[in-house]
Design a protein around this ligand. Structure first.
Ligand code: ADP
Ligand code: MG
Length: 336
């Protein structure tokens, strides 16, 4: 048996079995959510998350500017803090760089890091630097905090909850496809590529949803809805039904998908790196919450399906008829 057979999630499960934690009541909550949760005192919790980006696997040096790379490598970590309902505070950066990289490249990378830190009100406190004999390696660790009452875990979804997303889905996946296929740029294509290269972590949205007791489970969409909703299902021991006709698609995605005969809904379901938030909401509270979300953020809190009491069962329906997505979420070891 190889890593390819068990996949990224199989590996994480094996690690988690070896290193169980007591839960934050007992001091800390470890592997299994967007962040680790540490108990500071009765009312306050600390959050820690880290993500690794490797040239060739996560980005191509020719396809992203160093400034955007700096912004993005921080954004993916900030998004995990937002996904817990928390606020971002401090960052550490570990970097491995090949000797031939120009100082101009490094300066631009840090321009992006600095911009993103300022936008999020986060301080860089340290890190580590080393030479790489191969690819560029970037690892941010971000620390945040959340009041205990606002903490949102993946395990808190309840049967009948509405499954909601805070932004359009599939733009980033379509932007990546446009880059890989060398699609001719027009405004819509440029928009999708921007969503892929410069994702916006939904910090205000995460804190706002964290403050609502009508929101039960929450996580951020990094691997794609199909893959990520399964994490909520596993942790909440529940099932889910996604109503494909309710997936929020941007006008740009619809336009470009139509031009290139791409399936917009498959991109919305299986495309990764949208970094919208995925949450489950008490059904009787949805209308009021969505109205408040719209007046606060000027966007929809789109309900795209329901949590069910069938553990492990994920169904896709289009106008009530079951459909099968042919492409699934990205797994780092299975999709070689
Ligand atoms: P996300 O996409 O939100 O960053 P991941 O899928 O990377 O989450 O990780 C899921 C969980 O597994 C997290 O709790 C993370 O801390 C944990 N995890 C991932 N890789 C490792 C590892 N090598 N050792 C320990 N825990 C890990
Ligand atoms: Mg996450």
């Amino acid at each position: 048996m190889t890593l390819r057979d068990i996949g990224e999630f199989g590996l994480i499960e094996r690690i988690a079995e070896r290193f169980p934690t007591a839960g934050f009541e007992g001091g800390s909550l470890g592997i299994g959510d967007d962040c680790a949760v540490l108990r500071r005192n009765r009312d306050e919790l600390d959050l820690v998350t880290t993500d690794l980006l490797i040239e060739g696997s996560h980005f191509l040096r020719e396809a992203i500017s160093p400034r955007l790379l700096g912004r993005k490598s921080l954004a993916v970590n900030l998004s995990d803090i937002a996904a817990m309902g928390g606020e971002c505070r401090w960052a550490f950066l570990a970097l491995a760089l090949p000797g031939e990289i120009s100082v101009a490249w490094i300066d631009e990378f840090f321009d992006g890091v600095q911009e993103r830190l300022a936008e999020a009100g986060v301080e860089l406190l340290g890190g580590d630097t080393t030479r790489s004999n191969g690819p560029i390696v970037i690892q941010f660790t971000v620390l945040g905090s959340v009041s205990r009452a606002h903490l949102k875990l993946r395990r808190a979804a309840r049967a009948q909850d509405l499954i909601c997303v805070t932004d359009c889905l599939g733009d980033s996946g379509a932007g990546l496809q446009a880059l890989l296929e060398g699609v001719a740029r027009n405004d819509a294509v440029a928009h999708l590529i921007e969503r892929h290269l410069d994702p916006r972590p939904q910090l205000a949205e995460g804190a706002w949803l964290g403050a609502s007791s009508d929101v039960h489970a929450m996580m951020d969409l990094s691997d794609g809805l199909d893959s990520d909703i399964r994490r909520i299902m596993e942790q909440s021991r529940a099932g889910a039904r996604i109503e494909v006709e309710h997936l929020p698609l941007s006008s740009q995605l619809r336009e470009v998908a139509a031009q290139h005969a791409w399936s917009a809904w498959e991109l919305a379901v299986s495309g990764g790196e949208d970094y919208a938030l995925l949450c489950t909401v008490a059904p009787e509270r949805y209308t009021v919450l969505a109205e408040a979300f719209r007046s606060r953020f000027g966007r929809e809190l789109s309900a795209v399906g329901r949590i069910t009491d069938r553990p492990g069962q994920l169904l896709y329906l289009r106008d009530g008829v079951q459909v099968d997505p042919s492409k699934l979420g990205f797994d780092h070891f299975k999709n070689d």
